[in-house]
Design a protein around this ligand. Structure first.
Ligand code: HSE
Length: 344
């Protein structure tokens, strides 16, 4: 049985969802894959920090959050360590970076990831900021240090959009990737088509936990643009940055626009795309009116979808959740299992 010790940097929804998955699936993972994942440290600015080199109890962590909203009173030999001390001084083999995301600087997650990789620790993250801004540098550092970096949850949460593109379609040439990459805006557009106002629909998306802490990044298209950059870098070997994506969100789409599209048998969707063209790689996020017969038109609510255009298979489409606590938590497990497979 191979055992991995994990340090969680951040303990919000995603960290709690991941902890719940480990608690509930420990036996299955041991049986199927001969692997055991043990959380040894959690460091969260608001909820508290604990480190026990012999492992923390997942059930106790989740109960403390549920009952008290923090983990500060749980017994552990070390308490109150900040993120960097946790990364530097615990015995974790892998760092799970799930602190808040910042698409402008990538910090503080970028420093967390660099620090962990420099120590030769694996990193698994759902954090879009550092990956959209610095993936080539981080991947090179990981290679140099013999560590791995897993980023599946940065695009379409646990739906394996990156793994399908990188590994399963790795023998094809992907000339275009396009999709519905932001759950919040797709939810808002769907609800507006059903009669809700923009404000009502946004409030619901926030309540359901799809939206970012500051939903501006969702509705203005920046979240989807970050995902487009990640897709370009990972699937098309195109080193694009955020500045290369022409980006427009959904704030200008009015109820009248939506009604007009509906009457014409069409539907507004916020489409993120990256395409190899005659003039190089072009990337965009913009609202498009698409016919109902288009495969992406039927994707409703917070669901995401991605279509890969390839030389050998033409179009392949993957549909699945793009946000959510267990859904994003699962991305972390998927990456950890890939690291375990690669270690053999
Ligand atoms: N705010 C994002 C969305 C969450 O709505 O899709 C997942 O990245």
């Amino acid at each position: 049985m191979q055992r991995y010790r994990l340090a969680l940097i951040g303990f919000g929804n995603v960290g709690q969802g991941f902890t719940q998955i480990l608690r509930d699936k420990g036996e299955q993972l041991a049986r199927r894959f001969d692997v055991q994942y043990q959380i040894v440290a959690v460091s969260d600015l608001l909820k508290g920090s604990l480190y026990d080199p012999d492992g923390l109890d997942a059930t106790a962590l989740l109960e403390a959050i549920q009952n008290k909203g923090h983990i500060q009173n749980l017994p552990a030999p070390h308490q109150g360590w900040d993120a960097l001390k946790t990364i530097n001084q615990t015995n974790a083999d892998a760092v799970i970076e799930i602190s808040y995301t910042d698409l402008k600087t990538g910090e503080p997650a970028l420093t967390h990831i660099r620090t962990a990789l420099a120590l030769g620790k694996h990193v698994v993250t759902t954090n879009k900021g550092p990956i959209a801004l610095r993936y080539p540098e981080l991947a090179a550092l990981a290679r140099e240090k013999g560590a791995e970096i897993g980023v599946e949850g940065t695009v379409m949460s646990g739906t394996p959009a990156l793994r399908v593109g990188q590994e399963l379609l790795g023998g094809t040439s992907i000339s275009k990737v396009q999709g519905i990459l932001n759950g919040t805006t797709n939810y808002i557009l769907t609800q507006m088509e059903n009669g809700a106002s923009y404000q009502q629909a946004l409030a619901q998306a926030q309540e359901l936990g799809y939206a970012e802490a500051d939903p501006t990044g969702d509705v203005e298209g920046h979240d989807a643009a970050g995902k487009v950059v990640i897709l370009a870098n990972l699937l098309m070997e195109a080193p694009l940055t955020m500045a290369d994506v022409s980006c427009q969100g959904i704030t200008q789409v009015s109820p009248a626009d939506i009604a007009e599209a509906k009457a014409a048998g069409e539907r507004w969707k916020l489409i993120g795309a990256v395409e190899q063209t005659g003039h190089g790689v072009e990337a965009s996020v913009k609202p498009l009116r698409i016919p109902l017969s288009h495969p992406l038109a039927s994707i409703s609510g917070a669901t995401n979808a991605i279509t890969y255009t390839t030389d050998l298979l033409d179009e392949v489409t993957l549909v699945g959740p793009g946000a959510g606590r267990l859904e994003t938590g699962y991305a972390l497990l998927g990456d950890l299992l890939a690291i375990h497979r690669n270690s053999k």
